[in-house]
Design a binder for this molecule. Structure first.
Ligand SMILES: Nc1ncnc2c1ncn2[C@@H]1O[C@H](COP(=O)(O)OP(=O)(O)OP(=O)(O)O)[C@@H](O)[C@H]1O
Ligand SMILES: Nc1ncnc2c1ncn2[C@@H]1O[C@H](COP(=O)(O)OP(=O)(O)OP(=O)(O)O)[C@@H](O)[C@H]1O
Ligand SMILES: [Mg+2]
Ligand SMILES: [Mg+2]
Lengths: 220, 220
C-alpha cells in the first residue's frame, strides 16, 4: 500500500536549512499494523505528514495504493486523502467553533454522508471513546485527554483504509489508553485497516506486530 | 504555602452546568514535592488553574502564602502570579509570533530583568532541556516534544517558588523525560521550590514523595 523510496525532507527558514529526513526507504503492506518509535525531534511527525499527503518530501518518491503521489494535483490529493486516510494529530487540530459532535462528523460530511447517518455514527464513536456525555462541548470546554479522544473518534469517522495516529495516547490515563488501543485493534481485525502509530510508549510498541525505529531522520 | 478549603468548581455553558470539583480540601507546605494523579476528566487541570490563580473556584477558600486569593484584585493577583508561579500548561500555550528564546525570556521581561541577563538565562535553560539548537525557531517550527520542553524552560525562567506542571512529559521520549524530571529534582534540591506535578504516568508518581489521588473531582 505504501512505498517510500529515497525520501528526504529539509525545512527552510529564511536562510537556515533544517534537514530532518534522510533517504528514507519504507514499505508497508495493506493491512499491516506498525509502530514508529524514535526520540523527540527524530522526524516521526514529519514522516507521518508525508504518509498522510499533508506535506511533500524535498526529494524521493511516494507510492500510495499504486499511485505516485507527486503526480497528483491538489484536488486529486485532497480526494484521495478524504477517502482513504484517517489522521490523529499530535496536537489534535480540532475546529474550535464546532461542537465535539460536529468535529467528529466533519470528515463524513466532506464525503457526502447524509446528516442523520453521520450524526449517528459520530455519536457511536464518541461513546466508544467514553465521551457520550460531551457531545455539545466545544474543544476549549474539554480536558486534554478528552480533546485527544475527540481527535481519535474523528480519525475513525470515515472508516479509513489508512489510519495514521501520532502519539494517540500521550494525554490519556491507563483506562482510556486501553480503550483506545482496543478500539484500534478491533478496527484492524474487522476492517483490515492499515494502521501506523507513532509512539514513545514502549509498552505500546511491544504489543505492535512490527516496530520501525527512526533516529535523526533515518530508519534503522 | 497552599491551603484549599471546601473548593468547588462548576462550569456553566448556557443553561448546562458541569460540576467538576467538589469540596476539595488540600494543604501543601512550602518545599513539598507532590504528584496529582487521576483519570482523564477527573479535574486535575481545573485544580491546577485554581492553584495557579488563573481561575476562580465557584465556592471555597484558597490561601496562598498566607494571603486569601479572592480578596486580591487583578493587579495584585497578576503580580503574585508573576513573581511566584511557574506553570507548564498541558497544551503549552506558547506565543506563536515569538521565537523559542523570546518565549522563554518573556516571564523575566515582565519581572523587569535586563535583556542580556534574561537572554543568557533563557539560553541556559533551553540547553538544559536539549534545545540549544532551536533558539530561533517559532513554536510551529518545532516538534511536539520540543514545544513541551520550551514550555518547561519558560516555567522555570522566573525561578518560581511554586512550580505547577500539568502533564509535563506526555510528549517526551524516555531520555527527554528523564532530563526533565532530573531538572525538576535538581531545582527542588537547590531552591526548595514547591513542586506540584499532574501526571497519568505511574512511574512518575512512584518516584514522587507524596501522591494525591483525585477521582470525579474529589480528593481521595
Ligand atoms: N470550560 C469548560 N466548560 C465546560 N466543561 C469543562 C470546561 N473545562 C473543562 N471542562 C470539563 O471538566 C472536566 C474536568 O476537566 P479537567 O481539564 O480538569 O480534567 P483533567 O483531569 O485535567 O483531564 P485530562 O487528564 O484529560 O487532562 C472535563 O470532563 C471537562 O469536559
Ligand atoms: N516547520 C518547521 N521548520 C523548521 N524545522 C522544523 C519544522 N517542523 C519541524 N521542524 C524540526 O524538525 C525536527 C523533526 O520534527 P518532527 O515533528 O518530525 O519530530 P518528532 O519525531 O515528531 O518529535 P516529537 O516526538 O517531539 O513529536 C525537529 O527537530 C523540529 O525542530
Ligand atoms: Mg511529533
Ligand atoms: Mg488536564
Amino acid at each position: 500500500l505504501i512505498e517510500l523510496t529515497g525520501i528526504s525532507k529539509t525545512y527552510h527558514m529564511g536562510e537556515v536549512s533544517v534537514p530532518v529526513l534522510h533517504g528514507v526507504d519504507l514499505t508497508i503492506d495493506a493491512g499491516e499494523h506498525v509502530a514508529i518509535v524514535g526520540r523527540s525531534g527524530s522526524g516521526k511527525s514529519t514522516l507521518m505528514n508525508i504518509l498522510g499527503c499533508l506535506d511533500q518530501p524535498s526529494t524521493g518518491s511516494y507510492q500510495l495504493d499504486g499511485r505516485e503521489v507527486d503526480t497528483l494535483d491538489d484536488d486529486e490529493l485532497s480526494d484521495l486523502r478524504g477517502r482513504m486516510v484517517g489522521f490523529v494529530f499530535q496536537s489534535f487540530h480540532l475546529l474550535r467553533n464546532l461542537t465535539v459532535l460536529q468535529n467528529v462528523a466533519l470528515p463524513m460530511e466532506y464525503q457526502g454522508v447524509a446528516t442523520p447517518e453521520r450524526h449517528a455514527r459520530a455519536k457511536e464513536l464518541l461513546e466508544r471513546v467514553g465521551l457520550g456525555h460531551r457531545f455539545d462541548h466545544r474543544p476549549n470546554q474539554l480536558s486534554g485527554g478528552e480533546r485527544q479522544r475527540v481527535a481519535i473518534a474523528r480519525a475513525l469517522s470515515n472508516q479509513p483504509s489508512l489510519l495514521l495516529a501520532d502519539e494517540p495516547t500521550g494525554n490519556l490515563d491507563s483506562k482510556a489508553r486501553e480503550a483506545t488501543l482496543g478500539l484500534f485493534d478491533e478496527l484492524h481485525k474487522q476492517t483490515g485497516v492499515t494502521l501506523v502509530v507513532v509512539t514513545h510508549d514502549d509498552s505500546i510498541a511491544e504489543r505492535t506486530p512490527r516496530v520501525i525505529r527512526i533516529a535523526d531522520g533515518r530508519i534503522q
